[in-house]
Design a binder for this molecule. Structure first.
Ligand code: ACO
Length: 332
């Protein structure tokens, strides 16, 4: 990490994006068959109608978040034309780290074969990537870093209760990454982060490790309707606040990438922002909810398909456990 100086560029820009999905693709029909073996009923029809999800990917048991992060990072570095040893900051957003410590960011750093730069994790559940991006942006603006690797990586399949059909059908595994670089032209235009710890209980994995044992309930629990109601309200509000900060309006948004949790929440947010639905990037149908990985996965998919192009203005919005939420507006 370098120290701030007056010559440091003031802005952060996205130089490249990457993503990775583990090989095992699990359709709703596959999942329904798995649950049926335990006498639990679900169907493709129910899942698609309530969530928009058709399939998700699950990592192999020996594939930790850092490995998914490594594949996504390599793709982002290649797209950016940046060598791993040029990176001077690594931030990984994850709620499913490889181990209690060290951080997944340090494990990723080791896998990338680089050493010395700052590396740490951010834990804000599904808002993790917008939190991580905001921190990296601030560090670049201050001169504390000049090329940052920002990753969202998750293996939520490890913390799902496959006896609870109200949650296990919703989530998947994956990773997405961006390389940010210092620039004298604005890329990340504005951001805003929030949390409200009064809502800890509506979405949590309330287990911990103590005395060599797992204490509490180490599987995901969610009050879906409470999350739904909170999410719709905060996503509209934070998007408007970020537009105000950047001096832009809804009409300036070329693409909206909300956290990919539920198509109904995503479409509701787009409508409240008066955006036509064809400006909404949707990958939840194929990825499910990949928590902190969902936004960079969707961003990379849209960039690689040619939908999002250089110069486009993109609104990223996260919302998740904590309760946390936030948004970042950027010019690509
Ligand atoms: N298959 C079939 N039936 C089901 C399933 C399933 N997988 N899950 C629930 N049901 C049943 C329920 O038991 C209930 O049956 P009942 O009427 O006989 O009691 C019925 O379907 C309706 O259940 P609801 O919970 O009312 O369904 P709802 O329409 O609220 O949809 C959902 C549930 C999809 C979870 C929705 O509330 C939601 O998407 N919430 C938001 C989740 C979210 O956005 N999370 C993001 C943050 S994630 C993070 O931060 C980690």
């Amino acid at each position: 990490m370098t120290t701030a100086d007056s010559r440091a560029p003031r802005y952060a820009r996205v130089l490249g994006t990457g993503s990775y999905l583990p090989n095992q693709r699990v359709t709703n029909a596959d999942l329904a068959a798995r649950l049926a073996r335990d006498g639990i009923e679900t169907s493709d029809e129910w899942i698609v109608e309530r969530t928009g999800i058709r399939a998700r990917h699950f990592a192999e048991p020996d594939q930790p978040s850092s490995e998914l992060a490594l594949h996504a990072s390599r793709a982002a570095l290649e797209a950016a034309g940046v060598a791993p040893d040029e990176i001077d900051l690594i931030i990984v957003a994850t709620s499913t780290p490889d181990m209690v410590f060290p951080s997944t960011a340090c494990l990723l750093q080791q896998k990338l074969g680089i050493a010395g730069c700052a590396a740490f994790d951010v834990q804000a559940v599904c808002s993790g990537f917008v939190y991580a991006l905001t921190v990296a942006d601030a560090m670049i603006k201050s001169g504390a870093a000049s090329k940052a690797l920002v990753v969202g990586a998750e293996v939520f399949s490890r913390i799902l209760d496959f006896k609870d059909r109200t949650t296990c059908v919703l989530f998947g595994d994956g990773a997405g990454a961006v390389v940010l670089g210092a620039s004298d032209t604005p890329g990340l235009l504005a951001s805003q982060l929030h949390a409200d710890g009064r809502h800890v209980d509506i979405l949590c994995t309330p287990g911990t490790v103590s005395g060599g044992q797992v204490l509490g309930h180490p599987l995901l629990k969610m009050d879906g309707q409470a999350v739904f109601k909170l999410a719709v309200g905060v996503l509209e509000k934070v998007a408007r606040a970020v537009l105000d900060k950047a001096g832009r309006s809804e009409a300036d948004i070329d693409w909206l990438i909300p956290h990919q949790a539920n198509i109904r929440i995503m479409q509701g947010t787009a409508k409240k922002l008066k955006l036509p639905l064809d400006k909404l990037i949707v990958t939840v149908d194929q990825h499910g909810n990949t928590s902190a990985a969902s936004i960079p996965l969707a961003l990379d998919a849209a960039v690689r398909s040619g939908k999002i192009r250089a110069g486009d203005t993109v609104m990223l919005e996260g919302v998740g456990g904590g309760f946390t939420w936030g948004a970042v507006l950027l010019d690509l």
